[in-house]
Ligand binder design. Structure first.
Ligand code: ATP
Length: 403
């Protein structure tokens, strides 16, 4: 097994790190990549105002998730769990024990590569792992690595060195990024989920007013709360909701914001969902108490209102987007239907739903509701009473899934 070891302070992790990780996975054909935030880096001081280790770990986890390779990429707490300075030679020795027989490759950018011989116990490092060095800017090319690679090979005969170019290089450092964040910039160098995390936790001198975020900031916050594989669906729902709002004369801005936030609590466990319901005074029936899938719409609505200051219209649309109910507003219908048929959805009958959604919104809603009822019956699961009430109300008011 080939394992890449990508250490750093990740203070914060940025798009340069993401591009480097991607390039190394491809160049070395890694089976696994470990992203390892340092506790106390031996070669540099952590600057004043550095967020707690827990925040650096959470941001590194978002970087890992952003690679969308959950079976391959992991964040490791091996250095944060160890006390004292995070010497790479110790980390590699520990990894050798955890993964006996694995081939370890230490990934590093130019700055680290040129000082490698001055690190603690370089001979042990080079005996335990191959080195994969990559340029951090356009000026760093293979030729500029050659001298140092030669020197290391001569000094440490066991050294295995590979130098690689990052195809989509991003010339940024965390140091520069921290300055930009402090001045209200920097978003373009961050994965949205990391940027959202920084805003939501007020890190690096950002003082975002969460109740007045612009659309890119709201997206970033929403994406920071979910697994990155869900973002395509969230983006699709946002776009579909805006198109439907235009078609049916609803508020496009509200539709967009509801789409962006509708699944923001999707990955919370039942306990956390129940705590939020308690905190925000959401009353639950017996079924909702045990069906976690029914809760994210309610807790998502509460986060939209209480954290992001969204108005009642957005709250209500998110609140009812899973179960639906009788007599819904146009915006509530739009979010329900958009969530069901956004461009990434693919199930038998989705084309019919898409066509109906732009011709007769109530009939599209009924089709969605009845598809859910059928699915629940097929899977022997209880149907929520609100969904049955939605069906009855729509049928009574002339909606039909025929014709
Ligand atoms: P700082 O500015 O705080 O020193 P940094 O941007 O160098 O931080 P680190 O967390 O120290 O980030 O870097 C971890 C690893 O990622 C190092 O090996 C570093 O060389 C590499 N690296 C950092 N930035 C880039 C980049 N833009 N492109 C490629 N590799 C990078």
């Amino acid at each position: 097994m080939k394992i890449g070891v990508f250490g750093g302070t990740f203070n914060p992790p940025h798009l340069g790190h993401l591009a480097a990780a991607r390039a190394a996975i491809d160049a070395l054909e890694l089976d696994k990549l470990l992203i390892i935030p340092a506790a106390i880096p031996p070669h540099k001081e952590l600057p004043e105002g550095t967020p707690a280790p827990e925040h650096r770990l959470n941001m590194a986890a978002k970087l890992a998730d952003a690679l969308l390779l959950p079976d391959k990429v992991e964040v490791s707490t091996i250095e944060l769990d160890r006390t004292g300075k995070s010497y790479t030679s110790h980390t590699l020795a520990q990894l050798k024990e955890t993964y006996p027989g694995a081939e370890l490759w230490l990934l590093m950018g130019t700055d680290m590569f040129f000082t490698l011989h001055q690190w603690h116990d370089p001979s042990s490092i080079l005996a335990q792992a191959g080195i994969c060095a990559f340029g951090r800017s356009e000026q760093d090319n293979k030729a500029s690595f050659a001298g140092q690679a030669e020197y290391l090979k001569e000094t440490f005969p066991e050294a295995k060195i590979v130098t690689t170019q990052i195809p989509d290089l991003v010339d940024i450092s965390s140091t520069r990024l921290r300055e930009l964040l402090e001045q209200g910039g920097g978003a373009e160098y961050l994965h949205p989920s990391v940027y959202g995390y920084i805003l939501m936790n007020g890190l690096y001198g950002t003082h975002a007013d969460l109740k007045h975020l612009d659309i890119p900031e709201l997206r970033a916050c929403s994406y920071s709360m979910v697994m990155q594989k869900r973002v395509r669906h969230i983006r699709g729902t946002e776009e579909e909701a805006v198109r439907l709002a235009r078609r049916w004369g609803a508020d496009e801005e509200y539709a967009r914001r509801a789409g962006i936030l509708h699944d923001c609590t999707k990955y919370l466990e039942l306990e956390e969902q129940l705590e939020l319901c308690e905190k925000y005074g959401v009353e639950l029936d017996e079924l909702e108490h045990r069906a976690v899938k029914l809760l994210h719409s309610k807790t998502g609505a509460c986060i939209a209102r209480h954290v992001f200051g969204e108005p009642d219209e957005v709250f209500d649309a998110i609140f009812w987007h899973t179960t639906a109910k009788e007599n819904m507003t146009t915006l509530e219908k739009i979010l329900y239907v958009a969530d069901y048929m956004e461009p990434n959805r693919d199930f038998d009958g989705v084309e019919r739903l898409r066509e109906l959604a732009y011709r007769n919104l109530d009939s599209a809603l009924l089709l969605g509701v009845e598809t859910t009822i059928q699915e629940m019956k097929d899977r022997n699961l209880p149907v929520h009473s609100s969904t049955l009430r939605a069906q009855a109300w729509l049928r009574k008011h002339g909606a039909t899934t025929e014709g």
